[in-house]
Design a protein around this ligand. Structure first.
Ligand SMILES: [Fe+2]
Ligand SMILES: [Fe+2]
Length: 473
């Protein structure tokens, strides 16, 4: 069967004008579709879903809505518009023209970055594969699928770069992106967090709030890259990514609102009473926030990294929002880090700024995460409660970097391993929490109806009413 690519794959990279690339993608597309059928959302392949499809990068093109069956989704390839005479914005080659091809000496570093980014996209689809079966509403089901098809498109974005700029190596890597699977014993996904199954919707909202936001910061760093096609690809991906974090932020807001409603009805904030009424109590929510925030922090890598210094120096990967900084060379500056001292406390260490780039990105990420917390706490305060949700210290519960495996409390104060093991069930989701959340997960598919643990959203998608039949079940 021959495929009309200009029709099947919307793109602004002139696919029709490059026969070799077109043939390579022709070869890859059926494998992608097989992967989608096998590892993508279960059970809903035949249903019409009200989805946004990008058919261009301009205001009109990037968000066109309509009913689509997911396997027929038009996964496209888009680069944000080129910036004329764009120059390298940081590092040792600052001010030189950006690259339209990958320089030979940086080829393997770029390949690794693109593969690592590309690997997370299908991984998250795999992690969320069964969530549709327990959707709290059709509105939420549609949002899940929107996130899933867009992660599929992000995989296309990375596969395009591999095929177009990395020759045979790139084609092999593109095959591997479909061969590794989330949680697979023999061939797992590259990063730890992406091998954890996401079995309930509270985890899904936390994942889209915290882990997709890590994605946002990785994309922001890559959007600064001197390799212009990568920068342009990531700039466009960021427009889509915003919706994923919207799903997380509003999802968690709706959990908060529903719990407050129940507290008012019941006249108590007793967790047991709230659970009996089918709501998610705030201590439990706090433990989920602690877990997902902490595991997402690890995705930024070690606080001190010679690899981070090299990628910055070489113009491969910048800081998120590089333009906001005054100094783009960072040869003289330093950063002060909190490190464990040998007296069982917290000391400081001064490191060259270039070596601390992972930490710089992580700090921006933490500030961004705090925005949602402020909003949720405002909702709680307006409802007349003192209680506040918070983020744990970046030293708490880490598995990567300076604080890996060092027991601390939520404020980052060090403590004995024994004491820590004892308190852990109060800080991170325990078995009882998980079993309770699981018990709340029942499928609601009547248009406009919501599961009992979740308040309805303020508005629907693309000006449609909340009660619209977003998925025809
Ligand atoms: Fe993505
Ligand atoms: Fe995402």
């Amino acid at each position: 069967m021959s495929i009309n690519y200009s029709e099947r794959i919307p793109n602004n990279v002139n696919l029709a004008g490059d026969r070799t690339l077109q043939r390579a993608l022709e070869h890859w597309q059926p494998r992608f579709l097989d992967w989608w059928q096998e590892m993508g959302p279960s059970d809903f392949a035949g249903h019409d879903v009200y989805l946004r499809t990008a058919v261009g990068v301009d205001v009109e093109g990037w968000a066109s809505y309509g009913a689509v069956k997911m396997p027929d989704y038009r996964w496209g390839i888009f680069l944000a518009d080129a910036i004329p005479d764009r120059r390298i914005g940081f590092g040792d080659m600052m001010g030189e023209p950006v690259w339209q091809q990958v320089p030979g000496e940086f080829r393997s570093q770029f390949r690794r970055l693109i593969v690592t980014q590309g690997d997370t996209e299908p991984a998250s689809v795999e992690q969320q594969r069964l969530l549709g079966l327990t959707c709290p509403s059709l509105y939420d089901l549609r949002n899940l699928f929107q996130v899933n098809v867009e992660e599929g498109r992000h995989l296309w974005a990375m596969v395009y770069l591999l095929h177009a700029y990395f020759g045979r190596d790139g084609r092999e890597e593109a095959e591997e992106l479909l061969a590794r699977h989330s949680g697979d014993e023999d061939k797992p996904r590259i990063l730890g967090t992406f091998n954890e199954p996401i079995e309930d919707w509270l985890s899904f909202f936390c994942f889209t709030y915290f882990t997709d936001r890590d994605g946002k910061y990785q994309l922001k760093s890559l959007a600064e890259s001197s390799f212009d096609p990568l920068a342009r690809t990531c700039r466009f991906m960021l427009t889509e990514e915003a919706h994923h974090m919207f799903v997380g932020e509003t999802g968690l807001s709706r959990v908060v609102r529903r719990t407050l409603e129940l507290m008012k009805e019941l006249g108590t904030d007793d967790p047991a009473a709230i659970r009996r009424a089918g709501g998610i109590d705030f201590p439990l929510l706090q433990r989920y926030l602690n877990f997902w925030f902490t595991s997402s922090l690890d995705l930024f890598g070690s606080e001190v990294s010679s690899n981070a210094a090299t990628t910055f120096a070489n113009g491969i990967k910048g800081r998120p929002d590089e333009a906001l900084y005054e100094d783009h060379l960072c040869t003289e500056s330093t950063l002060e880090l909190a490190v464990p001292d040998d007296k069982g406390g917290v000391g400081t260490e001064t490191v060259p700024m270039r070596n601390a780039m992972n930490e710089v990105a992580r700090e921006s990420y933490v500030k961004d995460c705090e925005m949602g917390l402020k909003r949720w706490n405002m909702i709680i305060k307006r409802a007349g409660h003192d209680l506040q949700l918070s983020l744990p210290s970046t030293r708490f519960g880490r598995n990567i970097g300076t604080w890996a495996g060092i027991p601390t409390d939520l404020q980052g104060n060090r403590m004995s391993a024994e004491d820590h093991a004892h308190k852990r069930p109060q800080w991170l989701p325990n078995e009882e929490d998980r079993a309770f959340v699981k018990s709340l997960m029942v499928r609601v598919t009547e248009p406009g109806k919501m599961a009992g643990w979740l308040a309805p959203p303020d508005r629907g998608i693309n000006n449609m009413p909340v009660s619209y039949e977003y998925v025809r079940v």
